[in-house]
Design a protein around this ligand. Structure first.
Ligand SMILES: [Zn+2]
Length: 293
């Protein structure tokens, strides 16, 4: 459009003041507050003005392999929520260090590693691990380690790890649950999926029930923790996907798949979520909005 930023900001103010906002007037990314925007689907989408996951922060780091890939970009609320959750786990256990693997490329879109991860709303989180004496271990630097249903590290057929001492690793059910609970409790994101293998899912839920974690957290986890049917079982990391934020939906961010009850009812920033995915999709199909996404 060639507009300067201030003019755009002024236009937003004017339109807001007049109450004249109409979806048909808003092309993708035309009226924005300058924050990140996720557009399209998680497996066919883009990312604008992304937030970058810092290489390290309190309680987390992006290990070397994933740092060098450069898929360290996401929507702001996702990056911030993961940093907060890792910090929360660290506060409860001194040595906990979360390994943050891939988010999205800087502008989103396809990458050679993932079908999804295209619109800044997906993130891979490496499992917390302990050694055989229960002491926390740092995340692996070169590759993810697989865990069986008992939480023991194993090498799938034809896999040769370069990571030394991998055999000593155990799935750290306690810290992995704490991470999940922090993410589930974060009001700035709404989680659609956390992919994880059946065996590890069962361990996490059993742990949560035994240690009397809040019922809402257990029930929420039961809904979003899934072993995907059409992808690897995820016994080496969590893959988390969040829903489009309310504002990003106006810029063409599209959710696919189930919309959980909690997503419809939860609040973001303030006020009730008014988004109705069915009606919105119908609106997207109207001729006036052609080319919107
Ligand atoms: Zn993933």
């Amino acid at each position: 459009m060639g507009w300067r930023r201030q003019e755009r900001a002024l236009a937003v103010l004017l339109i807001g003041a007049l109450g004249a906002w109409e979806p048909a007037c808003a092309g993708p990314n035309l009226w924005t507050d300058g924050t990140s925007i996720s557009t399209g689907h998680s497996n066919r989408g883009r990312l604008r003005r992304p937030a970058k996951m810092p290489e390290k922060g309190p309680g987390y780091e992006v290990p070397q392999t994933w740092r060098s890939r450069g898929n360290v970009y996401g929507v702001e609320e996702l990056v911030a929520a993961v940093a907060r959750a890792a910090h929360a786990v660290l506060n409860r256990s001194e040595k906990a260090l979360l390994g943050v693997a891939d988010l999205s490329p800087i502008a989103g879109g396809r990458s050679r590693w993932h079908r999804s991860h295209q619109s800044g709303r997906d993130i891979d989180l490496i499992f917390y691990a302990v050694d055989d004496e229960g002491l926390p271990l740092d995340p692996p630097t070169t590759e993810m380690i697989h865990y069986d249903a008992e939480g023991k590290a194993y090498a799938p057929r034809r896999t040769v790890y370069t990571e030394t001492g991998w055999e000593r690793r155990r799935f750290d059910v306690e810290r992995n649950w704490r991470l999940l609970e922090s993410l589930l409790a974060d009001p700035s994101i709404r989680i659609q999926w956390i992919f994880v293998s059946e065996g590890l899912r069962a361990q996490l839920l059993d742990y949560a029930v035994e240690s009397e974690r809040p019922t809402w957290a257990v029930e929420y986890a039961k809904v979003v923790l899934r072993q995907p049917a059409d992808a690897p079982p995820h016994d080496d990391h969590f893959h988390m996907r969040i829903y489009c934020s309310r504002t990003d939906r106006f810029h063409g961010c599209v959710d696919r798949g189930p919309v959980w009850h909690h997503e419809k009812k939860t609040f973001k920033y303030s006020g009730a979520e008014r988004y109705d995915p069915v009606r919105w999709r119908m609106a997207m199909a109207l001729p006036g909005l052609a080319g919107f996404h």
